[in-house]
Design a binder for this molecule. Structure first.
Ligand code: ADP
Length: 472
């Protein structure tokens, strides 16, 4: 995209009025552009509309009119979630109008260097952890992006002495062209979001865009245990700083002694020597950062997240001695393996952000078996078969919910999982069944899902399932 000043007096269309859209609309308005902000949702569902109109921005809600993107449109800034098949995007492409996400705009705006963090899983955890490490090292970070706060807001607030730490999704990265982080980090790649990207190639290419504009003074941080991540990182310009759970690295951040390559071999591994996170820059000197057993949050996947955060902090210039305390003191982020409490001797964990099979594998492997897994939701085109061995070995029961309940159930079937249907013997289930029937009549089946979610929210119901064995 051109420098922001070049859009003065020109038409800019902002698609999607969520927080990042509103922030972008205000920014271009201030820069003197003629902004039209549009959302498919009805006006009542767009709380940002009044504020934008009060500023003099034209707001169109309730659909995408045919004449939204016109030949005189200089730029379209789209909400990352809007698919590229949406009519105004197609219109823009047909007219040769550039389409970007707010990340591209923020990249141009930030006076501070940017850390970009992406991957299929662990983005929010690593981004939050990185923010804590940079804060402890006195590097004045602001954390923003996919994690919640619009990046353009943070880019306007941050001064040149700080670091803008950006969590970036594939949806956001797909809409970038010149975005140039000082440090780019790719955590891992798993099959997900195929409903949006169509193919795995498109998904991977979107992630790889994070590295596209790196140059000599920049650092590429990537997961050396993941072949595709390593390929992307190695092909990048700038200094290469991989991280690995399973290999000692002469340059990069690794665990020593390493974890076995296969997580299942962990039980048989000789772990008498405490494992440490160790950084080496190729000069022969090594920096021992923290024992893995002292990390604030459990699980091998979280150790990988810590390696990435350490690599970023060191690349940003943090003193290694400043990192130990925030590595040990980090309590994790809510909804990620979050301990909820104990009820009738059963321990409850909320890992509702585990939204693809790989994340589910990580969380189920990190918790002591036997487990009851409450899972389901929207099918994003992932293959659930990889869950089967895990279900067989560790999961005693599954409560399958929502749109994917049938697919979960099929995975259980193939694993010869002992599946029994709820016989609706308990009060909770009878009530759910009644609600479901009423809901189905009123809302064409939607009530079934509401009843299921009500059931999850009332977690007290599950020990009954477990205790009586009536449902599994
Ligand atoms: P994201 O922001 O990428 O969705 P989060 O940090 O919110 O990632 O974590 C979401 C879930 O993904 C966690 O609850 C956990 O189950 C799983 N997870 C976290 N880190 C990793 C990792 N490095 N590899 C695989 N799974 C992970």
């Amino acid at each position: 995209m051109m420098p922001l000043a070049n859009y003065r007096g020109r038409k800019v269309v902002v698609l999607g009025l969520a927080r990042s859209g509103a922030a972008a609309a205000k920014l271009f308005h201030q820069a003197g552009s003629v902004v039209t902000a549009n959302d498919r949702k009805e006006r009542e569902a767009c709380p940002e509309a009044s504020e934008l109109e009060a500023l003099g921005i034209s707001v169109v809600c309730g659909g995408h009119p045919d004449d939204l993107v016109t030949p005189d449109t200089a730029l379209v800034v789209k909400n990352p979630g809007i698919p590229y098949t949406a009519a105004p995007i197609r219109q823009a492409e047909a007219l040769g109008v550039e389409v970007v996400t707010e990340v591209e705009v923020a990249g141009q705006l930030s006076p501070a260097p940017i850390v970009g963090i992406t991957g299929s899983n662990g983005k929010t955890t690593t981004t939050t952890w990185t923010g804590a490490l940079l804060e402890a090292a006195g590097l004045s970070p602001i954390v923003a992006g996919n994690i919640g706060r619009p990046l353009v807001d943070a880019a306007q607030e941050i001064g040149p002495g700080g670091w803008l730490v950006a969590e970036l999704s594939s949806f956001q990265l797909k809409g970038t062209t010149d975005f140039h982080p000082r440090i780019a980090c790719l955590l891992n790649l798993a099959e997900t979001h195929l409903d949006y990207h169509g193919t795995m190639e498109d998904y991977v290419a979107s992630k790889a865009k994070l590295f596209a504009n790196l140059s000599d003074g920049d650092t590429a941080i990537f997961n050396a245990d993941d072949a595709v991540c390593a390929e992307i990182g190695q092909a990048s310009a700038g200094r290469h700083w991989p991280f690995s759970l399973t290999k000692r690295l002469e340059v990069g951040v690794s665990v020593e002694p390493p974890f076995p390559a296969n997580a299942e071999d962990e039980a048989g591994a000789n772990t008498s020597a405490p494992r440490w996170i160790v950084a080496r820059d190729g000069s022969g000197a090594e920096k021992r950062i923290v024992p893995v057993g002292r990390l604030g949050i459990p699980g091998r996947h979280n150790c990988a997240n810590a390696l990435a955060a350490v690599a970023i902090a060191l690349a940003a210039g943090a003193e290694p001695s400043a990192l130990r305390e925030p590595l040990e003191g980090f309590m994790g982020v809510e909804h990620r393996l979050e301990f909820v409490g104990t009820f009738r001797e059963a321990r409850y964990y909320n890992d509702s952000k585990a939204t693809n099979p790989t994340a589910t594998i990580m969380s189920v492997s990190s918790l002591p078996a036997p487990l009851i897994l409450i899972a389901g939701g929207l099918d994003r085109g992932s293959d659930y078969r990889e869950l089967i061995p895990l279900f067989r070995d560790r999961v005693k029961g599954v409560v399958a919910l929502g749109g994917d309940a049938r697919k979960d159930s099929q995975s259980r079937g193939r694993s010869r999982f002992n599946e029994r249907r709820c016989r609706r013997t308990c009060r909770g289930c009878r009530r759910d069944a009644e609600q479901s029937r009423a809901g189905s009549r009123r809302h064409g089946g939607a009530g079934r899902y509401r009843a299921a979610f009500a059931r999850v929210r009332k977690l007290g119901h599950v020990p009954f399932l477990r205790g009586e064995g009536a449902h599994f």
